[in-house]
Design a protein around this ligand. Structure first.
Ligand code: ZN
Length: 147
């Protein structure tokens, strides 16, 4: 296993075992359900937007380790960011996960390890699910599907 694979494995295991921001949110201003029929992942993303910023973000649901850890990494990274920053980061991460870009900005931190999923094409949608669901919720949508 190379260093990147090792890091990928460690981060996925850690966030799967101890998911961050893993709870419902009563006073969310935005909320969407995400489904990935390929794997059976179901997640809900909750966002509280205040003054153009993501004041709080959380998720809950049932899914595989990759979908859960990707959502956990996403909520950790985006809390406190402006909406513009969050949308830009969503775009970068989805492009990275789907192999559309190899230039990963340093600001992504641990999220960069998710690119390890590209070795397992069947699992890429597990990793993009939470990001698509967040984008959908910020656009006022209620559901997102990877299909
Ligand atoms: Zn999955």
């Amino acid at each position: 296993m190379n260093e990147m694979e090792e890091l990928y494995r460690e981060i996925i295991l850690d966030h799967n075992k101890r998911p961050r921001n893993f709870h419902a949110m009563e006073d969310a201003t935005h909320h969407a359900d995400g489904h990935n029929p390929l794997c059976g992942d179901e997640i809900e993303v909750f966002v509280k937007v205040e003054g153009g910023k993501i004041a709080d973000i959380s998720f809950q649901g049932e899914g595989c380790a990759i979908s859960k850890s990707s959502a956990s990494l996403m909520t950790s990274a985006l809390k406190g960011k402006t909406l513009d920053e969050a949308k830009r980061e969503c775009g970068i991460v989805v492009a990275m996960l789907t192999g559309k870009t190899d230039s990963i900005p340093d600001e992504l931190g641990d999220i960069a390890a998710l690119q390890g999923v590209r070795q397992f094409p069947a699992r890429i949608k597990c990793a993009t699910l939470s990001w698509h669901t967040l984008e959908e919720s910020l656009q006022g949508g209620k559901t997102a599907s990877t299909e």
